[in-house]
Design a protein around this ligand. Sequence first.
Ligand code: HSE
Length: 299
Amino acid sequence: MAEVKKVKLRVPATTANMGPGFDSLGCALSLYNYFTFEKTENGVEILGCDDEYCTKENLAYQGYEAAMKYMGLPVGGVKITVESNIPICRGLGSSAAMIVAGAEAANVLNGKKMSPEDILAVCNDIEGHPDNLAPAIYGGMTVSMMDGRTPHTVSYILSPELHFCALIPDFETSTNDARKVLPKRVDYADALFNITRAGILLKALENGDIDLVCLGVEDKLHQPYRKKLIHEYDDVHNICKQQEGVAFFISGSGSTCMCISKEKNFADKLDGKFDGLTKNWKALQLSPDREGVKILEVV
Ligand code: HSE
């Protein structure tokens, strides 16, 4: 087999938690970052990111390096070009997309020695939770769990009748900060509240039962603590809930909020509704991505 010197790939944005599924549920969405990875003699060159991210701390490089080490290969030189469309630090899986791109690129450039499960495990060692990583790798809607340091993921069916609309403000939230506001212990009744809803939600998403999705998407484990980090959360929530049949949740750790509805163009219904707010909220209609990380070209 001819040696692969360069690979182009795309990785989808992802929404995680999806209400009651903290650190577990996730879904890939039709918004993509594009990457080219090219083997070079030595050193690391990164193009397409702000200067502060063009270092070995870059998550695409981190994913690449971790996968090379996992395969027992010298890391060597690499040139990485990034075309970034997923907004950073907004709860749409931009970090996961970068890490997955690096690990998958290393895999393709070196004879595809790693399975998707290997890629997930390597990426999770960097990210720390698999809920964005799994859909970025597999596509579709996934449920993940950790068994010690090993992630396990299953895929669920998502009804084609359901559509996503991301509400993206102009401010970032840090996942670290959003994890710090969570309590160390949860109330038994709150755990019960979430467990019962998570199971209902998955079936309702499969069946396209939007009324049950609206009920199942409720959460008591993270959103009550995090909404205070999201400026104008109550306003945006109220605007969306004035519409019929809209499930609303914080995407990942925010700042984006996500709606699920049966409206193909729910974003149009929100036209002008955020004009009185200050955080420049944009409604972006998205569909589920069913492919996950995708190789576009190898040279
Ligand atoms: N499950 C993670 C969290 C997603 O809510 O902290 C953010 O990356």
